[in-house]
Design a protein around this ligand. Structure first.
Ligand SMILES: [Zn+2]
Length: 66
């Protein structure tokens, strides 16, 4: 019974923390790709890209969207 409770605790912890979702995106600016005033950011961690107005930087990770 204790073993079952332990397994349930581990599953619950995984569901809460979700280690497979990388929330710490490493966004990198790529100024070469856009010339209309926006800046393209490419995440080095999950490969997502996001175009934002100049002066702004992405704060979220989009790894879970795919
Ligand atoms: Zn990412």
């Amino acid at each position: 019974m204790i073993l079952v409770l332990g397994i349930l605790a581990v599953i619950a912890a995984l569901l809460v923390w979700r280690p497979w979702e990388r929330r710490s995106c490493r966004w990198r600016e790529d100024r070469r790709k856009l010339a209309d005033g926006r800046v393209l950011f490419v995440c080095m961690a999950c490969g997502a890209d996001m175009a934002l107005p100049k002066g702004r930087s992405p704060k979220t990770c989009r790894a879970g969207d795919m």
